[in-house]
Design a protein around this ligand. Structure first.
Ligand code: NDP
Length: 400
């Protein structure tokens, strides 16, 4: 019996629920728990309609460790897939340690009151997971997730030494809304309004937000203006692959999106500190989230593709070489299969696949691990079969 507890019933949780149900031979018991139980019930009904598999549901406050422990003790999952928000990571890890449950997430911990994310908080749990004989798998979405596993695959099969790594993330889709974010708006806006940084010659280089950009050509899509951001997988990848001299992350944004974002910041709606409003305290970015379209509602009219991959330069058998590995995902195909758009899909499919790797014994170990520390081969086979096929270009022009 390999029971799985999914925590979080947003866009990503919806995809994870569908994908684990499609693999009910391995996930022999499924529970979806979140803050709002009615959302879990609606997803469970849709999953049952599409797959015939029944999912149990529960209400849980994932910031309340005793509540989480009680739920885990009563359901007895082998692994938790955490697709709530980054703020909950440490509480869910604490509960997993207490209840003896393995852990997987897709985004690293971020304190609610500070827009700052790094792995140190979660890496500090390594010895406790090791001593408990449990495994914690960090960052198993698309980016982080597939991007780190693509890098591991490149290191294993195509390079003796990797020197330059550029992770490129393009959303060439159109949801036909004036402004909406593809995953949780609060997390998204906090991430992209931070200062940027990249790794160069053994140190981080800090830059003004969105100050470095250039057009990059995405396969079957064409050129799109791409902006250099900091992204969490850079931190673990430069640690795990010390031959990397420069590591950067690029993301595409349309002019319309950037204009809205600038206005949101200029008028104070991106603030994360509480303000007094009509006698009560509200956090502007949380209020903004309440009026923006929810990511899981964007799918029905979403056209176009995402294209995310790694462009790597290094040496193999004494020769310089370039390597590009990527996936293109259709928003419409994602919607037809799961009722959600491509960004939730590209996150939820790898999360299911990582849990599948663990439950089938293809990934494992005691402690806290980033995904590039596991064998990439079985993961990439399964993730391709599960809806995210990947492609390679050898010795092409990386433009970077
Ligand atoms: P959503 O906001 O759509 O969903 C988050 C869910 O978590 C909601 O159902 C919410 O409940 C629930 N939740 C929030 N706080 C709590 C709490 N205290 N207790 C219980 N449940 C809670 O976000 P997404 O689905 O878009 O994103 C989910 C995660 O995936 C995020 O951490 C995000 O950073 C990550 N992500 C990772 C990517 C990757 O490639 N690695 C890409 C995209 C996202 P309620 O419904 O009541 O609000």
């Amino acid at each position: 019996m390999s029971k799985v507890l999914i925590i979080g019933a947003g866009g990503v949780g919806t995809v994870v629920a569908h994908k684990v149900a499609q693999n009910a031979d391995v996930f022999t018991g499924i529970m979806l728990a979140s803050r709002t139980k009615s959302k879990c019930d609606a997803i469970a009904a849709d999953v049952e309609r599409r797959t015939g598999v029944k999912i149990q549901t529960a209400q849980v406050d994932a910031d309340n460790v005793p509540e989480l422990v009680a739920l885990m003790r009563s359901f007895q999952p082998k692994i938790v897939i955490n697709v709530a928000l980054p703020y909950q990571d440490l509480h869910i890890m604490d509960a997993c340690l207490e209840a003896g449950v393995n852990y997987l997430d897709t985004a690293n911990y971020e304190p609610l009151e500070e827009a700052h994310f790094e792995y140190s908080w979660q890496w500090a749990y390594h010895d406790r997971f090791k001593e408990a004989g449990l495994c914690a798998i960090l960052g198993c979405g698309f980016d982080p997730g597939c991007t780190a596993i693509y890098t591991a695959y490149a290191a294993k099969h195509h390079f003796d030494e990797m020197h330059y790594l550029d992770i490129v993330d393009c959303n060439a889709g159109d949801h036909h809304k004036a402004f909406a974010t593809n995953f949780n708006p609060e997390i998204n806006i906090r991430e992209i309004t931070q200062r940027g940084k990249y790794w160069q010659d053994g140190r981080w280089v800090d830059i003004d937000p969105m100050s470095i950009h250039q057009p990059l050509t995405y396969p079957e899509i064409g050129p799109k203006e791409s902006y250099l951001l900091y992204h969490e997988e850079l931190e673990s990848l430069v640690k795990n692959y010390p031959t990397i001299k420069r590591a950067r992350f690029w993301m595409t944004f349309g002019q319309e999106y950037l204009t809205h974002l600038r206005v949101i910041q200029n008028i104070g709606m991106a603030r994360i500190d509480p303000i007094e409003y009509n006698g009560q305290q509200i956090v502007p970015i949380q209020f903004l989230k309440a009026v923006l379209p929810a990511p899981e509602t964007l799918g029905s009219n979403y056209t176009g593709y995402t294209s995310i991959g790694c462009r790597i330069r290094g040496v193999k058998d004494g020769q310089e070489k370039t390597y590009h590995i990527y996936n293109n995902c259709s928003h419409k195909a994602a919607y037809d299969e799961t009722g959600t758009q491509g960004v939730s899909y590209t996150t939820g499919v790898p999360a299911m696949t990582g849990a599948y790797m663990f439950l089938t014994g293809q990934w494992g170990g005691h402690g806290v691990f980033n995904v590039e520390e596991f064998n990439p081969d079985p993961f990439l086979k399964k993730v391709a079969e599960s809806g995210l096929p990947w492609h390679e270009i050898h010795n092409g022009d990386l433009e970077l």
